[in-house]
Design a protein. Structure first.
Length: 148
């Protein structure tokens, strides 16, 4: 067992409110995508907003961002989920549901095994990546850092 899990935060801005008919296919699919993540090898935990479907946050001038936050045993497990499952099909449709945002939209960092990062911490990590570039504090798939 590893002493660390890989935390991952992702942000996006919705094109329309969730109750808009244009968002129906997203609302219909998101539960399945979350379920698929939870069944994927290497999945550890994900933030579950209650009672809402999604979590929201803000970054430097960007309000009302949808935020997903999860932990995984390693980068390969997360990469496999993102690219080699139906999640990839879901992501190919993202322009239907999300407005492009500037800068990094995903940040990765290592946490002690079993830790559950907060949305506030996750957004701070993403902001750090956007401001300073990849470092052990926050990085991307383009430049991975080893566990501490």
């Amino acid at each position: 067992m590893s002493g660390h899990d890989l935390a991952e935060v992702n942000v996006a801005r919705l094109r329309s409110p969730l109750d808009d008919p244009d968002m129906a296919s997203f609302v219909w699919a998101i539960g399945d995508v979350f379920w698929l993540a939870e069944q994927s090898p290497g999945f550890v935990w994900r933030h579950r907003p209650d009672p809402e479907l999604l979590s929201y946050g803000a970054l430097h001038g960007e309000d009302d961002l949808v935020v997903t936050l999860s932990t995984w045993v390693d980068a390969e497990s997360l990469r496999n989920f993102v690219t080699r499952t139906a999640h990839g099909l879901f992501m190919r449709q993202r322009s239907r549901w999300f407005v492009p945002t500037s800068g990094f939209t995903t940040a990765l960092w290592w946490v002690a095994a079993g830790d559950r990062p907060s949305i506030v911490d996750a957004l701070a990590r993403l902001e750090h990546l956007r401001t300073h570039g990849p470092s052990p504090e926050a990085f991307s798939f383009g430049r991975l850092f080893d566990q501490p």
